[in-house]
Design a protein around this ligand. Sequence first.
Ligand code: BF8
Length: 678
Amino acid sequence: MAETADNNDVKTEKAKKVADPIAATIDVASQKMIRRSQQLGIETIFDRAVTMKPCNIGIQGTCCKNCAMGPCRLPLPKSGIEGEDQRKGLCGATANTIAARNFARMVAAGAAAHSDHGRTVAEVFMSVANKETEDYKIKDPGKLLAIAPHFGVDTTVEVDGEKVDRDIDEIAVEVARKALSEWGKPEGELYYLKRAPQPLYERWRKLGVLPRNIDREIVDIMHRTHMGVDQDYKNILKQCTRASLADGWGGSMIATDLQDVMFGKPYPLQSEANLGIMKEDHVNIIIHGHEPVLSEMIVAAAQSKEMIEYAKSKGAKGIQLGGICCTGNEILQRHGVPPAGTFLQQELAIVTGACDAMVVDVQCVFQNLANVAKCFHTKLITTHPIARMEQDNVVHIEFDEHHALEDANRIVKMAIDNFENRDAEVMIPSQKAAQIAGFGVESVEYHLGGTFRGSYYTLNDNIINGRIRGVAGVVGCNNARTRHNEAHIALVKELIKNDVIVLTTGCNGIACAMEGLLTPGAAAVYCGPGLAEVCETVGIPPVLHMGSCVDNSRILLAATEVVKAGGLGHDICDLPAAGAAPEWMSEKAISIGQYFVASGVYTLFGVNLPVTGAPVFQKYLFEELEKLYGGKWDLEADPIIMARKMIAHIDKKRQALGIDKARERVLMDMADRMRLEA
Ligand code: BF8
């Protein structure tokens, strides 16, 4: 029987409120595990969301705690603001300044998280290039050759007046040096910015927002939001743009590219998703976090004959790996390792009683995992020097790329040894769904272009002829303040029903997989006739899983390829496209939102945005940014209205491109039309 941790024991506190599992999540597997955790007296995030309310001033974005004279709190008066806004902090900071500073610090934290991930990847790549590690290799030299020119690295050399291929090892060293220098070079601008469509790059140049180096733009935000520095919300927002572009078109894009070089480009593959992927008679290892450098090695270790034999010698039938969050997405897209769930399911994977080890690296990891693990036999293993936990039941095995496989073998062995220590009844929910994941810029080109015509022309043709109405990027987290996965699924279903193809990353990708939307078969069930026809013809799902949150860079590049293929304008802001994060919660999401907006995309967030207490700043984000960048922010908590707004924007862009008439040929039934007109 599972032991209960002291601070989780709700049985002793008679009246303590707990979550209603059905109100907490749409996912039946999660409902079962929430119920089980409550029966065992184990508290999860769902229960805490019921007992702890968010701060009403913080959610408006108007609490300033940047100096010790505060916190200064400037909530919107219930009656609203009439005339001039008189609210001020002690120093005189206005609501706009405070909200803009808070927003900027979220961008800084988000850009730092993505970009520091990129830096780790670049450092590991440097070790590979310098041949200091045996464990990692250049698995995809083609991708290295493809990205080298973007760093200004030649792939050929002139010998006797003739161009010949340059040595790949030499190219690798030069790319590694150039990539790593992006974090701190003293002059110039980031190399990858020129990968954007030319008009977009020119726009950034004219507006003076080209990032200089990645670290500098983040440090700059921390400086200018210090007490008494930048007091102009427009100028603060300008720096948000620089830092966020340094994330999307810098740190994140470099992370994605170098991961592809070392671990291989994703390619569509079959897998499953949800807690039902765990197996009672196997050693279950759940890998959670964001950086795939160690998890690549864990996959290799867990698949080795030696470890599988060892697991059998301990009475298990094999080793089942599962993912949570974006490390999960990384090993899904390259190895088909099934995700066990989204962000909000991390505690629930342990509550099954079958999780022999949970291995975590950085970002989106609940500290409460340690308390839940204490109630079971689960070994909770932290692996990253910047992400440790104070609880004494947590094991720390620090990853080092110089002996990565050795670290991974140690972790897998620890999980196997723990198999026989299961002390609670195992209760794995049966729910899981099949999925096809592993799409990237290159595979979308191949799949939509066909074997003989690998290009984005076919996608563009189908957008122009109206079969595909437009493209939506739907990404991002879960948020315990809303019903788990409800907005993700409602939004995506509404979009594909209206012939909008969806590109997904992060937890939205996992949520869609759990719902069965990542299969080609979903097209006939959920899509409008035009999108269904395209999906059925080329054999793709209507929702294409592009990977982890750093892989939002793949969506930027896919949009760029669509622009290049022609017929849909000259810039990303011309495309019939929109973006959304319906259940966001992370600072990374704010950085992503800002770089999408600055790249020309109409971007909607659900739940809430911490800018509503500063109406002038909010108006700047929601209306005026569009005049500068072609994209703008919006907030909409209702997923169906969110879909309507995205579709209206897509239709406006179709009209501007003169391709709105084409869609009239697409037959829709009367009910659909009435809903669209509503
Ligand atoms: O980077 S979507 S909850 S897991 S932050 Fe975290 Fe949000 Fe999930 Fe991936 Ni992205």
